[in-house]
Design a protein around this ligand. Structure first.
Ligand SMILES: [Zn+2]
Length: 435
């Protein structure tokens, strides 16, 4: 990795432009994207000193982290640094091979997100759609919440009764809670199944591995803390009882072919093979998260297409959890219908964060459209308060990744996996998914 500092780099850039202007017969010095990358990594680490949620993963030189934490540079200075770096890269011609062009574009949009997060840390409040466009390179469709009422009506018919729908659904779902003493066995079986299906299509580095931990008192339900060297720490939050369908969700999303696979492929293809150090840091509030969450959620249907998930759950996970297998049909029907409600969370987050509804209203709406208990709805709103516009990355991200995989991979499983693996191992941005 290059050890160029920001100042030295500025001098190189000026020389490059100078040569191009005064002596066009001499070949200009090519842009030093490695130097930009180092500046970007150090900047992200420096923002992490102000915002504990910002650096999701980092496995580059340890000295850079120590340096960033020791010299806690002020937010105004970091903001100016991000803007200057972004301007410098933007001013360069977009020429180069496909991968270099993608790298340049990636650096610009990631820096735009870093700059935006710094504006927010500095006290600026952005409207929901503006925030997601700048941080995640995407905006979610804006629908009236009543759009989802027809789905609630269908679920209401499936689980009839006089009590409010959220109470009925809660009672229905309580039949599918994984008993605490079986949780680890079920999660391990799910992760094994997700991994085996992924390995049929994707080659992961030798020695790749993960550790599974159970934690409490978090605003999220699961988290992958990627550590580098193809190793992930996966944590599952046990604040609330875990429903059976979360096992495959979490196994695919956090593990295979989701976050663990994505990070391991980026590390192998971009950091190790190409020396692109910017991929050794993962700023959470950035376009990379839409790709990460979108591919992780799409990963569930990649690993278990069509009826494969239902069969796996019925044959492997229901018995592992000691649950009644005769209940599976209604359960699968419920899940299919409730999946269509995912985008409703964006509407609640948008209205709440834009100040159009109160916290109490946001909880009540989360309870209604999430068909869940007050406590779980409160956790969902606390997630929105912590991560804000990040919520679009799950549902919109999955839809964008799915469209991309279908457009590039077609209907065959081989074609889809090829497009999916290619997406995981490349510096693509959300707006590139539209191509
Ligand atoms: Zn995730």
């Amino acid at each position: 990795m290059p050890g160029t500092t920001f100042r030295t780099f500025t001098a190189i850039a000026i020389t490059a432009f100078g040569l191009a202007a005064c002596a066009p017969e001499e070949a200009p010095v090519p842009p030093d994207y490695d130097a930009f990358a180092e500046q970007y990594v150090k900047l992200v680490l420096a923002v992490g000193a102000h915002d504990a949620n910002f650096v999701d993963a980092y496995y580059g030189p340890e000295a850079w982290r120590t340096e960033a934490t020791a010299n806690k540079t002020g937010i105004a200075e970091l903001k100016a640094e991000a803007a200057a770096l972004m301007e410098q890269i933007t001013a360069l011609p977009a020429a180069g091979d496909g991968m270099t062009a993608a790298r340049r574009n990636y650096q610009i949009k990631q820096l735009r997100a870093v700059h935006t997060r710094l504006r927010m840390l500095d006290g600026e409040t952005l409207a929901f759609d503006e925030e997601t466009a700048l941080l995640y390179d995407a905006t979610a469709p804006d629908r009236d919440l009543t759009y989802y009422d027809a789905i609630l009506d269908e679920i209401s018919a499936l689980i009839p009764g006089d009590a409010p729908l959220s109470d009925r659904v809660n009672a229905f779902r309580s039949q599918f809670v994984i008993p605490e003493d079986r949780l680890d066995a079920v999660m391990t079986a799910a992760l094994d199944g997700c991994r085996a299906r992924t390995m049929e299509h994707i080659t992961l580095p030798d020695g790749e591995r993960f550790t599974l931990e159970y934690v409490k008192d978090k605003p999220w339900s699961g988290y992958n803390w990627y550590q580098g060297n193809a190793y992930s720490l996966i944590q599952i939050n046990t604040d609330f009882p875990i429903y059976l369908d979360r096992a495959v969700d979490l196994g695919c999303h956090e593990g295979y072919p989701g976050h663990h696979t994505y990070n391991a492929l980026l590390e192998t293809s971009l950091v190790n093979e190409r020396g692109w150090v910017e991929f050794s840091v993962y700023p959470l509030f950035s376009p990379q998260s839409l790709i990460a969450e979108g591919t992780a959620n799409l990963g569930i249907e990649m690993a278990f297409p069509g009826t494969a998930r239902m069969e796996f759950e019925r044959d492997v996970l229901f018995p592992a959890a000691g649950l009644d297998p005769t209940l599976t049909d209604a359960y699968f029907e419920f899940r299919e219908l409730s999946g269509d409600l995912a985008f409703s969370r964006n509407e609640i987050a948008r209205d709440y964060l834009n100040g159009d509804i109160s916290r109490e209203e946001a909880i009540a709406l989360s309870q209604k459209y999430g068909m869940t208990s007050f406590e779980r709805a409160e956790q969902s709103v606390s997630f929105i308060e912590t991560y804000r516009g990040y919520v679009i990355n799950y549902n919109l991200g999955a839809e964008m990744a799915r469209d991309y995989v279908t457009r590039h991979g077609g209907d065959s499983q081989d074609g889809r996996w090829k497009a999916y693996a290619d997406l995981l191992a490349s510096p693509r941005l959300p707006s590139d998914l539209l191509e």
